[in-house]
Design a protein around this ligand. Structure first.
Ligand code: TXA
Ligand code: MG
Length: 356
């Protein structure tokens, strides 16, 4: 059976199967990828929307299903390092060190691309993002396909990234033939994107591989200035993804930063003021803080920063489900994985951060 050949951008007529990962479902996924179709699949970071990375038509379908701007390139996923030399022109020393230290794992390296990578994947750039995921099911799917898999996060463009198969279904039902359900993602924020084309690698998007971890391996680290600030007019985005509004819930989202007691007091005051105006308000914060019965969505414990990473996207989706119109968020500490959490939260709030 051929699915979706004639599918138009806004048609949602395809039947979407949601299958638990198993030998059979992964084999089916591999076959669909080979036939040029799209498959939603788990990784350790977020769910991906995969297609054969070497098939320009299949890759074009990803952009249609997501509603993604054409100039935002895709990451190419491999199942083992041996697959990489065919996809890139060079692997600089620093990149090699990062590969040895952090792969398989939540890191994407930007490298000079080989000619076999279609323009649709690289969005016209001379580089390609390569990622070797640690999730065994993700690697099994790539191996079953027998081809590298180009995959963005499996959300509709602008929505929070999916960290469960159910989130993928919410966004992709009727648009893709298959979603593989491997349970909730472990890391919960997307991979660290590191530009490794130059002598000094630069973190373009923070993620599970933190600046501290990179520094331990290379002795130094650079983080792009736009990780914690919006692009201004005239600024050049080293990573096209920086340009776009991302992860945004429908609620007006504001972040409060400062000493915890100030943050809690400021959030309570704003909550009461907005509620009195008829807004539907929710607080995103850490379990240690007491909001006296006001609507609260937990980002976990301050003692375990990885919980905020694992929960943030689900929390942003919950705001939409509940119909909240205002979201008040506690800033988290930006060390370690906290930088990735603040980057995503910052973008959800269009970097509306109040220091209190
Ligand atoms: O964890 C992840 O990376 C997930 C899973 C599915 O692997 N994928 C993911 O893909 O987050 P996506 O498309 O949602 O985000 C890819 C980011 C975008 O911001 C894009 O602009 C950037 O990586 N990117 C991709 N190729 C690039 C390149 N050649 N140069 C600079 N930035 C690139
Ligand atoms: Mg994405």
């Amino acid at each position: 059976m051929r699915w979706g050949r004639a599918m138009h951008k806004e048609d949602k007529t395809m039947k979407t199967q949601l299958l638990k990962v198993s030998e059979e479902s992964i084999a089916l996924g591999g076959r669909l990828i080979r036939e040029g179709e799209l498959v939603g699949f788990p990784t350790e970071t977020v769910y991906g929307l995969g297609a054969n990375a070497l098939d320009a038509d299949a890759v074009t379908r990803i952009f249609e299903a997501k509603g993604r701007p054409q100039d935002n390139p895709l990451i190419t996923h491999v199942s083992c390092v041996e697959e990489i030399p065919a996809l890139v022109r060079a692997i600089p020393d620093a990149a090699r060190k990062l590969m040895d230290a952090f792969w398989p794992g939540p890191m994407t390296l930007i490298l000079p691309k080989a000619d076999c990578i279609p323009r649709a994947v690289s969005a016209g750039l001379d580089t390609v993002g390569i990622r070797l995921p640690s999730d065994a099911n993700a690697r099994a799917l790539i191996a079953a396909a027998g081809r590298p898999i180009a995959a963005p996060s499996a959300n509709r463009s602008g929505r929070p990234s999916p960290t469960t198969a159910q989130h993928v279904l919410e966004d992709m039902d009727g648009r893709i033939p298959l979603i593989l359900d491997g349970g909730p993602c472990q890391v919960g924020v997307e991979s660290s994107v590191i530009d490794a084309t130059g002598e000094v690698p630069v973190i373009l998007r923070p993620g599970g591989i933190t600046p501290e971890m990179v520094e331990r391996v290379l002795g130094h680290v650079r983080v792009d200035e736009h990780v914690m600030s919006p692009l201004k007019e005239g600024d050049i985005a080293r990573s096209p993804g920086m340009k776009y509004k991302h992860y945004a819930p429908k609620a007006k989202t504001v972040i409060f930063s400062g000493a915890p007691e100030n943050v809690v007091a400021a959030i309570c005051a704003r909550y009461d003021e907005q509620t009195a105006k008829g807004e539907r308000v929710a607080i995103l914060g850490l379990d240690e803080h007491n909001y006296g019965g006001r609507t609260f969505i937990s980002l976990g414990s301050e003692k375990r920063p990885q919980e905020a990473a694992a929960r943030l996207f689900a929390a942003l989706r919950e705001l939409d489900e509940r119909g909240d119109t205002v979201a008040l968020c506690e800033a988290v500490d930006t060390s370690g994985i906290g930088l990735a959490v603040m980057n995503r939260m910052g973008r959800a709030a269009a970097f509306d951060i109040e220091t209190v």
